[in-house]
Design a binder for this molecule. Sequence first.
Ligand SMILES: NC(=O)c1ccc[n+]([C@@H]2O[C@H](COP(=O)([O-])OP(=O)(O)OC[C@H]3O[C@@H](n4cnc5c(N)ncnc54)[C@H](O)[C@@H]3O)[C@@H](O)[C@H]2O)c1
Length: 94
Amino acid sequence: MRVLVTGGAGFIGSHLVPELAGRGWSVVVLDDFSSGKMENLGGLVGSDGLRVVKGDVRDRKVVDEVLEGSMGLFIWPGSLTLPRLWTGLCSLMM
Ligand SMILES: NC(=O)c1ccc[n+]([C@@H]2O[C@H](COP(=O)([O-])OP(=O)(O)OC[C@H]3O[C@@H](n4cnc5c(N)ncnc54)[C@H](O)[C@@H]3O)[C@@H](O)[C@H]2O)c1
């Protein structure tokens, strides 16, 4: 399973990405690093299960490229409320 996490280098991503990778999922992080940091991804940087792409979620070309082959999508720099996020997360992880 391959998933795309936008804003994955931020605070929530720093918890979500290791969780997903720990489940054996291949994770692609799309982040413009405007506030996120590579160190938030910790020991996963450089590992086979993680691909980090620097780019803007508003860039259609980049999004199309990173979405290809992905089965799931988590969007963080957005306006979703936490309850909606967790509902989505839980249903995807079951
Ligand atoms: N942290 C919380 O407790 C909390 C609670 C409720 C809601 N939220 C919401 O969840 C979202 C993420 O929260 P967070 O704490 O992880 O924030 P954060 O600022 O730590 O992470 C956001 C990430 O998105 C990246 N980013 C911003 N604009 C981007 C763009 N145009 N393209 C690509 N990447 C971009 C940033 O570089 C950063 O890594 C926010 O929308 C926040 O309002 C957070």
